[in-house]
Design a protein around this ligand. Sequence first.
Ligand code: KG4
Ligand code: ZN
Length: 336
Amino acid sequence: MTENTFVPKNLLAIETSCDETAAAVLRNGRDLMSNVIVSQVPIHRKYGGVVPELASRHQLEAIVEVVEKALIDADTDRSDIDAVAVTQGPGLVGSLIVGFSFAKAMAMAQKVPLTGVNHLHAHLTSIFLQESSPSFPYIGLVVSGGHTSLYIVRDFLSVELLGQTRDDAAGEAFDKVAKILGLGYPGGPIISRLSEGGDPMAFSYPRARLPDTPLDFSFSGLKTSVFTSVKQIQGTLPVRDICASFQEAVVDVLVEKAISAAKRYAIYDIVVSGGVAANSRLRARMTRDAERLGYRTYFPRLEFCTDNAAMVGIVGYHQIRAGMVIKEDADVYSKK
Ligand code: KG4
Ligand code: ZN
């Protein structure tokens, strides 16, 4: 890293870490001029989850058009772009490579700086895409299909991992339980909708508290417990009650651990991001329980909860300003 005073005006951001192909133009690090997202959910739905080979192939098919649309929507063209930010990892290697190679080629052709962004850092700072934003440092919880991790976010460039899942991610648990119940993919939104008419106390599913590493998470026992209870039921499944009871178990743990981190580090702002942050029960419970204790809670708007390039632009802008530019031989990484 070198000292650098370059401040990008029109930054192009690209995100292809999983099954969304996304591009955005961020002006002056603040104004979102365009935000294009092409989701592959319809392609992976029939397999009940993301198929990596299909994901990379469709990334390749979509990338050129998605970037072109982001430039057009922003009323810019390639020559106006003075910096490029791209997700470097973690994620599916085949998918990451598509966006990364495209971004590298574009930065080289336009002779502008390129920065590689960590996907989780991007989720953590997606909250700055809206008016009401937290103060540093804040507790950041990323809950998605691939991750469940708790951080202290000290500023745009510095985050500290406090805990993470030992097995399934929270979103993955939603997807797997939906599969057990034959509900379709992705499971989160379906379970969330069905839970509304269900009794969250009908089944007492386990909440993994992990006394040795209390800020870590584990959801595989919960998933197994749902599976066992489903097998034991004869006749019609009380699907809504199962959904509501499962969701409540996930929400209890997420709320408890986020608040416990805030208490432990005496930090008053809590930000929840990632696909599962779209869950209305999680939003309601986190807000109620945290605010009752004097903590403030923040959730990105729904379009910024799931994967998008705008959030990559936020981190990318600050990295470029700090001179965190990557070289031509840099590569993607699948794990943190
Ligand atoms: O952040 P995201 O789009 O992709 C990853 O980086 O994983 O998150 C997708 C995950 C899926 O597991 C999906 O089931 C879950 O977020 N999800 C939800 C809701 N909407 C999406 N989970 C619970 N409730 C929701 N409303
Ligand atoms: Zn994500």
